[in-house]
Design a protein around this ligand. Structure first.
Ligand code: C5P
Length: 421
């Protein structure tokens, strides 16, 4: 998962476009911001409309474009004060010399300059202009004033300009700008999660995916686990403020944002890395990996040649990673998973005790609509006896929603524990 697109669906960006040839890049910028899930409203100065039409931005943003300060119709829809309050960020891209000068002087003679004075939201300014106009003393003086006033100025890039000059003044690419906006909100959300999240201050280690047990240099034993549930849990723990390390078997999934990923292959490697993580400090250990129960007793040094109708490969039992970690003296809060095809709850409750877990989440993988490769899941969660907590049924939902509910269950258990006498 590269990024959860729903993360920014409650964040509002005003993209203010002013007169400059770079205005064409702003159209793409709207697309990129929308890709990240932001709500985007576009404000255009009269100068901007000489370069690109409001209709383009209306189509791309899915919202009416704001151009006039005192247009009764526009004010009846969303007036300039309402617009100023709506914004979580005002991004001026491209920002012309004229707009920068107006901001610096505190003028309020059009919609954008008025909005600038009326908003409490952070304002980012992306100057884009001819290199000589950029270097001009009044422009630099005005920019200094904006910085002093708390505006974030995104430096223009150097290169060849539409006017034929070469120098500083090019607007950064829309992808870069959109990423800067995403990172800003991401860091702001992370800061809140680290303070107030359900797992704030916790270090979480998660095993995920299958393991791969070599037979010879080209063959292996493995299973169909996709790692989706473990990766979704890693993302949910991170969003809840935890520091997350993901020990991933061979899977083709993007690393969740902010999560530290360590790729491992065999069960032995996964155990070694789990022990190492334990030494580094771990508060919660979540074992979602579908660890191969057996490995080949002796991995052939060279590719095994076809010979005869039968081939016997001797297998030995793999260590139980979650049970091994649970036996350590400084053990973290232990969460296991049980994928069963029958007697689901009975087997899961048995594993909770046998592996000395604090919590186990079980699901019925005989159901085609949930489990292994599905994007949905449904689970029942059991807690160890000392928590005196009722089992929880997590109704069928996306793996992201189930992951969120599991984080809540972990948080509740961490706060309910009644020490055995
Ligand atoms: O015994 P079973 O494989 O059903 O147990 C499932 C739980 O134990 C899962 O949490 C899984 O990640 C963990 N496990 C493990 N090491 C193994 C086998 C299972 O950590 N070798």
């Amino acid at each position: 998962m590269s990024f959860d697109l729903s993360v920014f669906s409650n964040k509002n960006i005003i993209l203010a476009v002013t007169g400059g040839i770079a205005a064409y890049k702003s159209a793409i910028l709207v697309r990129r911001l929308k890709d990240y899930g932001f709500n985007v409203r576009v404000v255009m100065t009269h100068g901007a409309q000489a370069f690109i039409t409001p209709l383009t931005f209306q189509a791309l943003s899915g919202n009416p474009v704001h151009t006039e300060l005192l247009d009764p119709e526009a004010e009846a829809g969303m007036g300039h004060i309402e617009l100023a309050r709506w914004a979580d960020l005002v991004l001026v891209a491209p920002a012309s010399c004229d707009t920068i000068a107006k901001f610096a002087a505190g003028l309020a003679d059009d919609l954008l300059s008025t909005l600038y004075l009326a908003t409490k939201a952070p304002v980012w300014v992306t100057p884009a202009m001819n290199q000589q106009m950029w270097a001009a003393k009044p422009t630099q003086r005005n920019l200094n004033t904006l910085v002093e006033d708390g505006v974030h100025v995104i430096m223009p890039e150097a290169g060849s300009q539409a006017c034929g000059d070469v120098g500083l003044g090019r607007m950064p690419e829309p992808e870069d700008l959109a990423e800067q906006v995403k990172n800003y909100f991401h860091q702001a959300q992370r800061a809140i999660a680290e303070k107030f999240g359900l797992l704030a201050g916790k270090r979480v280690v998660i095993t995920a995916g299958p393991t791969r047990e070599a037979i010879d240099p080209v063959r292996y034993i493995s299973n169909h686990s996709t790692g989706k549930m473990g990766f979704a849990i890693a993302a949910a723990c991170y969003s809840a403020g935890a520091k997350v390390t993901l020990l991933a078997g061979p899977v083709s999934l993007d690393t969740p944002n902010g999560v530290r990923r360590i790729n491992v292959s065999s069960a032995i490697k996964m155990l070694d890395e789990s022990m190492h993580q334990l030494e580094e400090g771990c508060d919660v250990f979540i074992a979602t990996a579908a660890v191969a129960d057996y490995r080949v007793a002796e991995v052939a040094e060279h590719k095994i040649k076809k010979a005869g109708d039968e081939l016997n490969v001797s297998l030995v039992k793999n260590p139980d990673i979650v049970a091994t970690i649970a036996q350590q003296s400084k053990r973290p809060f232990m969460v296991g998973f049980a994928a069963e095809t029958r007697n689901v709850e009975e087997y899961a409750a048995g594993k909770l005790v046998a592996k000395k877990l604090d919590m186990i989440a079980c699901n019925d993988v005989s159901r085609a609509d949930i489990g292994f490769a599905s994007d949905q899941n449904a689970m029942t969660v059991f807690f160890a006896e000392q928590y005196q907590m009722e089992k929880r049924d997590l109704e069928k939902a996306s793996k992201q929603e189930i992951a969120q509910q599991l984080v809540e269950a972990i948080h509740d258990a961490l706060n309910h524990k009644i020490e055995p006498v």
